[in-house]
Design a protein around this ligand. Structure first.
Ligand code: FAD
Length: 162
């Protein structure tokens, strides 16, 4: 058994970042909230990856949902690079390989991965698929968008083609 929190946010994406902002506005106390995420970055908006970051029209700092100091200033514990493997609703505990933490309230904000043939093909062939900031930065650094980069939305294809 590890630490216990009033609120555990499972996920570190758009919903998680905005939820943390709302919780602070609603007056959570320091130490009450923990957010645990597989991501290597603090919560960021994904739409600007294809609408600005890759094209160099937005800076990296502009995609984050909250200011860099937000989590520390408000006493929100952030566990990055941490994949939750199980949620025990009876014990009210989430566990990763290294951590276990108790919760009174759990917000599951793990998003969803589109499953279609293109995505499955990308995983199988090891082709980068532009869902994360890290991949967007690699593509931007390459100064061209490889034709093989797959997208989860047809409108993203149109944006990339612009
Ligand atoms: C390039 C791009 C452009 C987009 N453009 C648009 C747009 O123009 N308009 C629009 O409406 N939508 C757009 N979307 C879709 C939009 O970004 C998603 O709908 C949105 O990110 C969903 O937010 P979310 O918080 O639910 O999930 P996500 O942002 O996907 O976050 C999920 C989080 O959960 C974490 N997670 C998952 N499983 C675990 C686990 N087991 N343990 C720990 N952490 C876990 C992940 O690491 C991640 O931090 C776009 C998406 C992409 C990739």
């Amino acid at each position: 058994m590890g630490d216990r929190f009033t609120h555990v946010i499972l996920g570190g994406g758009m919903v998680a970042g905005h939820a943390a902002g709302v919780m602070v506005k609603q007056g959570v106390e320091p130490g009450e909230v923990c957010t645990v995420s597989m991501d290597e970055d603090l919560p960021y908006e994904r739409p600007p990856l294809s609408k600005g970051l890759m094209r160099g029209e937005k800076q990296e700092a502009e995609v984050f949902i909250n200011d860099p100091g937000f989590y520390e200033d408000n006493g929100i514990e952030v566990l990055l690079n941490t994949r939750v493997k199980s949620v025990d609703l009876d014990a009210r505990e989430v566990s990763s390989r290294k951590h276990a933490m108790g919760f009174e309230n759990l917000l599951i904000a793990t998003g969803a991965w589109p499953v279609d043939d293109r995505v499955m093909a990308a995983f199988t062939l090891g082709i980068p698929w532009k869902r994360t900031k890290a991949i967007a930065e690699i593509i931007k650094a390459a100064k061209q968008i490889p034709a093989e980069v797959l997208t989860d939305e047809s409108r993203d294809l149109e944006e990339l083609a612009e």
